[in-house]
Design a protein around this ligand. Structure first.
Ligand code: RIB
Length: 296
C-alpha cells in the first residue's frame, strides 16, 4: 500500500518577532530564516519519517529547487512533481516568543496543477492506496474526484479553511483531519464532540480527527471515540505541528495500528516538532518518536 500526497510546497520566510505586527505598525524582527515548508511538503516529509511509502505530486516553480531536494533527501518519491514557470509558492511567517505563528500565503506554483497532471498521476495508483490533501493547491474537487473514482482512501486536511472546502463532496472523504478552529468553521460548533455529531449526521461514513492544542486530540470513527492528552513541552515554533501529526497519524492507519496508538504516536511526533524551529526541518524521525514514547 502506498500514499499519494497531492499538495503544496512553500518557501517559508520566517521572522521571529516580539509580537504579531498590528495594523499600521512597522515592527523589527529579531531574526529571519528561510525554511522548506508548505502543508503538502511538510506532511509528505512526516509520512516518510514515519516510515510510509509516500509520493508527492504538485508543482515546483521558480526558486523552488531546494524544496524538491528536501523531499528527495527525506525519502519522498517525487516522480509526479511538475516543473512550472510560475514563482514558487511561499509563506511569510511571524513567530512570537510563545512559539505561536501567523502565516501569509502566496500560492504561486501551487496553483498551477493541470488536468493532464491529475490524470497521469492517478494512473499510477490503485484502490486501497491513500490520497492525502490540504487546501493550498488548485483543483481540489477534481483531485478528490480522481482519487475517489480509483477507490483510494481520501484524507483531507481542510486547511486553510475557505469556501473551496464547501465545494468538496465530503461523502467521498474517509478521514477529515483538522484543528479545533477548522472543526468549528466546518461544523458551526466549538465543542469537538458536538462538531463530530453534526458532521456524522450528514456524512455517516466519514471519520474525524480534531487536534486541540494543549488539550490533546480526539478521533471519532464509527462508534469509536479516542482522546489523547498532549505531551507537555516548551514550544519554540508550532509551525507544521499539525502536518507532523497528519503524517504520523495516517502512517499508523496505513499500518492498521489501533486508533489509540495512531493518536499516541502522532501526538508525540507533533510535540517533538514544536520544540524545534522551522516546518519540515522540525519533524522527528520514527526512531526519535519511539525513544521518547519508551520514556513515557
Ligand atoms: O502548516 C504549516 C505550513 O503552512 C507552513 O510550512 C507554511 O508554508 C504554510 O503552508
Amino acid at each position: 500500500m502506498k500514499a499519494l500526497n497531492f499538495g503544496s510546497l512553500n518557501l517559508d520566510y520566517v521572522y521571529n518577532v516580539p509580537h504579531f505586527v498590528q495594523p499600521g505598525e512597522t515592527l523589527s524582527a529579531a531574526s529571519q530564516s528561510v525554511f522548506p515548508g508548505g502543508k503538502g511538503l511538510n506532511q509528505s516529509v512526516a509520512f516518510a519519517k514515519a516510515g510510509a511509502v509516500i509520493y508527492h505530486a504538485g508543482c515546483v516553480g521558480q526558486g523552488g529547487a531546494m524544496l524538491e531536494q528536501v523531499l528527495k533527501e527525506s525519502g519522498v518519491n517525487v516522480d509526479y512533481l511538475a516543473a512550472v514557470k510560475e514563482l514558487q509558492g511561499n509563506a511569510v511567517i511571524q513567530v512570537n516568543p510563545e512559539g505561536q505563528n501567523c502565516i501569509l500565503l502566496f500560492g504561486g506554483s501551487n496553483q498551477c496543477i493541470t488536468e493532464a497532471q491529475i490524470e497521469s498521476t492517478f494512473s499510477h495508483f490503485d484502490a486501497g492506496d491513500y490520497l492525502i490533501l490540504q487546501n493550498e493547491v488548485n483543483s481540489l474537487s477534481k483531485i478528490v474526484d480522481a482519487g475517489y473514482v480509483r477507490g483510494m482512501r481520501i484524507v483531507l486536511n481542510p486547511s486553510p479553511y475557505n469556501e473551496i472546502i464547501n465545494s468538496v463532496d465530503l461523502s467521498k472523504i474517509s478521514w477529515l483531519l483538522m484543528n479545533e478552529v477548522e472543526a468549528e468553521q466546518l461544523s458551526g460548533s466549538d465543542d469537538p464532540e458536538e462538531a463530530w455529531k453534526k458532521i456524522h449526521e450528514n456524512y455517516p461514513e466519514l471519520s474525524v480527527l480534531i487536534t486541540l492544542g494543549s488539550q490533546g486530540s480526539m478521533a471519532f470513527s464509527g462508534s469509536e471515540t479516542v482522546h489523547q492528552d498532549a505531551f507537555p513541552v516548551k514550544a519554540v515554533d508550532t509551525t507544521a505541528a499539525g502536518d507532523t501529526f497528519t503524517g504520523y497519524f495516517v502512517t499508523g492507519l496505513m499500518g492498521n495500528l489501533p486508533l489509540a496508538e495512531c493518536l499516541r504516536r502522532a501526538s508525540m511526533a507533533s510535540s517533538i516538532s514544536v520544540t524545534r524551529p522551522g516546518a519540515a526541518s522540525s519533524i522527528p524521525t520514527k526512531e526519535e518518536v519511539d525513544l521518547q514514547l519508551a520514556k513515557c
